[in-house]
Design a protein around this ligand. Structure first.
Ligand SMILES: NC(=O)c1ccc[n+]([C@@H]2O[C@H](COP(=O)([O-])OP(=O)(O)OC[C@H]3O[C@@H](n4cnc5c(N)ncnc54)[C@H](OP(=O)(O)O)[C@@H]3O)[C@@H](O)[C@H]2O)c1
Length: 287
């Protein structure tokens, strides 16, 4: 397949750019410098020049706190610009795989969310990402929406200045105790495993919404504890309630996603998040 990856130097984009060619695809990468999704002319030009069969859109304004201050910009990048991209793809018969988020859910459940569960976005970021999903769906049948959760990859998250693991390791070097939220439950997910599942979904010519994360679930506190243990740090990690941290954005208390729909299609089982974290730590460049 000929695939255009938008957000090619982001955390997920970097692994897609590396793994998809190894899987036999011809891959073209677009960064914000070459394709800013906010500008329709740049979207049209990129599609006309590259003529892909698939577009994977990883680009997003996803600094969740900053989105609360800039809701219009969040709606533009994550909502209306995605609509333009989806319509331009649809007009050309190009399939769009758009990356979305567990945050579209409100966290009311205590069992994994399935794709047909009703969204209830709690923050400006989540509302804008749900708007992006709606615009993709409205543009036609040729789409695939992949909702994922808690991404970690060696490229780090560009818009959050490093992923959660690296932030914890850095903080642990400077402090005797870390305080991490223990009442928000999700599934940390390796960008490498998500990339492999994306390749499987493309191979199946899947369409509609699919949930793609690692297996298992944990709080941010458990995730930090495990990452620090694997890094060899003995710093204490205190379990604190999210109410103790003042944040502008409200986040779901529970956002674990069910992968049953993806498995029913024949996509290989995802590793548990602990296994994925161990793999990440084993291949972590020496700091
Ligand atoms: N990270 C998570 O925990 C998480 C969880 C669930 C879902 N997601 C979703 O997964 C996707 C990928 O996340 P990630 O962690 O890989 O993010 P990331 O590392 O921040 O990458 C996002 C990329 O989007 C690019 N971008 C931002 N605004 C753009 C614009 N206007 N036009 C073109 N490119 C633009 C950024 O380019 P610059 O570097 O030039 O700014 C960056 O390369 C996003 O859709 C996000 O909403 C992420």
């Amino acid at each position: 397949m000929k695939i255009l990856v938008i957000g090619a130097n982001g955390q997920l984009g970097t692994d897609l750019m590396c793994a998809l060619p190894q899987a036999g695809h011809k891959v073209i990468g677009a960064t914000r410098q070459t394709l800013d999704v906010r500008y329709a002319d740049q979207v049209k030009r990129a599609l006309n020049e590259t003529r892909p069969q698939w577009v994977i859109n990883t680009a997003a304004f996803h600094n969740v706190e900053q989105c609360e201050d800039e809701p219009a910009e969040a709606m533009l990048v994550n909502g209306s610009a995605v609509g333009v991209l989806a319509r331009e793809c649809s007009q050309r018969g190009v399939k769009l795989l758009h990356i979305s988020t567990d945050f579209v859910f409100g966290g009311e459940k205590r069992t994994p969310y399935v794709e047909t569960d009703k969204p209830n976005p709690l923050s400006a970021y989540a509302k804008s990402k749900l708007e992006g999903e709606k615009q993709v769906q409205a543009a036609g049948e040729q789409h695939l929406i992949v909702r994922t959760c808690g991404l970690f990859g060696h490229a780090g998250s560009k818009t959050r200045q490093g992923n959660f693991i690296e932030k914890m390791i850095k903080r642990a070097q400077a402090r005797e105790e870390l305080r991490v939220v223990g009442d928000k439950i999700g599934t940390p997910s390796s960008t490498l495993d998500v990339t492999r599942a994306i390749d499987d979904l493309i191979a199946q010519d899947a369409s509609g919404i699919y949930h793609v994360t690692n297996e298992g679930e944990c709080s941010w506190h458990e995730f930090a504890q495990e990452a620090l243990r694997l890094s060899g740090s003995s710093v204490r990690v205190k379990n604190v309630a999210s109410a103790e941290f003042k944040t502008k954005a409200v986040r779901p208390a529970y956002s674990v996603l069910s992968k049953e729909k993806m498995y029913a299609l024949g996509v290989a089982k995802m590793p548990d998040w602990r296994e994925a974290l161990q793999k990440y730590m084993n291949s972590r460049p020496v700091q």
